[in-house]
Design a protein around this ligand. Structure first.
Ligand code: PFF
Length: 450
């Protein structure tokens, strides 16, 4: 462990740190999950609530994880152990490793769907589809047995290969070039979607809030989505923080990561809802929403098949930079804390995550696998996003707010600049009081305590 510490690398610049953390944050959560959750939870009111959570809890918590990571320069498990040796504070570190493993298991299944769409659009399978055709194609594909497993395996193998070979830097360099491409494509899609005849009710649905549509469950869903999308609550940002130079501003980095991630999610909604209304696709269609709406949009564009292929390919790469960070969280724990080899840890845990993902892959029609009325995939997603991640975030906030020494925390937060002492006090107050209270109240509300 000492050796690894001595040779520990750092981002070459603050831009590098922002892009790497944004690579983890931007992924399926923004483009697949955010729109379908907005659709399932009544539209604009959910969006506003989500934005409030990002500002009041999300960005302050990114900052909090950065503080823990940079102060200790360790993986999450090791960071808590160093700051509070021999106490129960190892729990948030370990729960983060468990959450990372479980998220990876179903994330790879959905990323497999994306890979499959990238390849089949190249072969013309999406060409000229009407919305009914797109829905039928999707249902048939995810309801199969071997095809979803094959694409899940392929995506997991890519993730394992990159983490095992320790070549994240290579992919991160590529993604710095490719992700702006994804962003530009999303903008093109926004324009196409907004100019479809009949798209206006979709804009109203997305932007005019009706707060009566919100329930305790949708408030928890917004909170869970904020954690999932910002890669928070499982120590992922602790790991990224541990690579940030002490000369760089933590608050600026945290703010920019939060901003980029949120912008991509908001734009994805601006693609999906106008088009869904124009085509008569039910916004509450669930996890298939994006896979049905997007092919219908591409069918209405010149060079649609080319754009479809490019889009799904870039989305698969965005998903890959996120899945790498999920597997890396698990691998770093076993390498740093249990003295495993990197290759061994990546192959074993990636392989196990593949196996753990099989019920998720098959729960979409091949077999009838439901837990509390949710498909197995949705149930694992629910457990991780809505329970484990917010719980991890709650414990991290309590740790930094109440267990660490205030001077240490504020000194680390201010180190590198970007924030006045007054702003740091506001941040500290949010972390110590508001974030834990809000998370606790939302949990209590969702289980019906009020
Ligand atoms: N933030 C990723 C996304 O929105 O797709 C998913 C994710 C990655 C969640 C890493 C948690 C994490 F630690």
């Amino acid at each position: 462990m000492e050796l690894a510490q001595a040779a520990r690398s750092q981002w070459k610049s603050r831009l590098g740190a922002v892009l790497a953390a944004a690579g983890s944050a931007v992924g399926l959560g923004n483009i697949w999950k955010f729109p379908y959750l907005v659709g399932a939870n009544g539209g604009a009111a959910f969006v506003l609530l989500y934005l409030a959570f990002v500002l009041l809890i999300g960005i302050p918590l990114i900052m909090t994880e950065f503080v823990v990571g940079r102060k200790t320069t360790r993986n999450p498990g090791g960071a808590f152990r160093e700051l509070a040796p021999g106490t129960a504070w190892v729990i948030p570190g370990i729960s983060g490793v468990v959450a990372g493993f479980l998220i990876l298991s179903f994330y790879s299944v959905v990323a497999g769907w994306v890979l499959r769409y990238a390849v089949t659009s190249l072969l013309g399978a999406l060409s000229g589809l009407n919305p009914e055709g797109a829905a039928a194609l999707f249902t048939e594909f995810i309801g199969g047995t071997w095809a979803p497993l094959f694409w899940h395996l392929l995506f997991m193998a890519l993730t394992v290969y990159i983490v095992a070979a320790g070549v994240q830097e290579g992919i991160e360099k590529w993604s710095k070039i490719l992700m702006p491409g994804l962003f530009i494509l999303v903008i093109i899609l926004v324009i196409r979607s907004l100019t479809l005849p009949g798209s206006h009710p979709g804009i109203a649905y997305y932007l005019q809030p009706d707060f009566s549509a919100l329930t305790g469950k949708s408030v928890l869903a917004a909170l869970g989505q904020m954690f999932f999308s910002l890669s928070l609550g499982m120590g992922c940002m602790i790991t990224y923080g541990s690579y940030i130079s002490r000369q760089d501003s933590l608050v600026k980095t945290a703010g920019q990561v939060g901003l980029i991630d949120t912008l991509v999610a908001l734009l994805a909604g601006l693609v999906i809802f106008p088009a869904a209304f124009a085509f008569g696709i039910e916004p509450g269609a669930g996890p298939g929403l994006v896979f049905i709406t997007l092919p219908a949009i591409f069918a209405q564009m010149p060079l649609g098949q080319f754009f479809a292929c490019l889009f799904f390919l870039l989305l698969a790469i965005a998903a890959l930079t996120s899945s790498i960070s999920l597997l890396e969280t698990v691998v770093a724990y076993f390498v740093d804390e249990k003295d495993w080899g990197r290759r061994q840890a990546a192959v074993v845990w990636g392989g196990l995550a593949f196996l753990a993902g099989i019920p998720s892959a098959l729960s979409q029609g091949a077999v009838n696998l439901t837990v509390f009325g949710l498909s197995f995939l949705d149930a694992v997603d629910y457990l991780t996003s809505n329970i484990l991640l917010p719980l991890g975030g709650l414990l991290t906030a309590l740790f930094v707010g109440w267990r660490m020494r205030q001077e240490d925390v504020l000194a680390e937060a201010l180190q590198g600049g970007g924030m006045t002492t007054g702003m740091a006090q506001v941040w500290y107050f949010l972390v110590r009081t508001i974030a834990p209270l809000a998370i606790g109240l939302i949990f209590a509300n969702a289980i019906g305590l009020f």
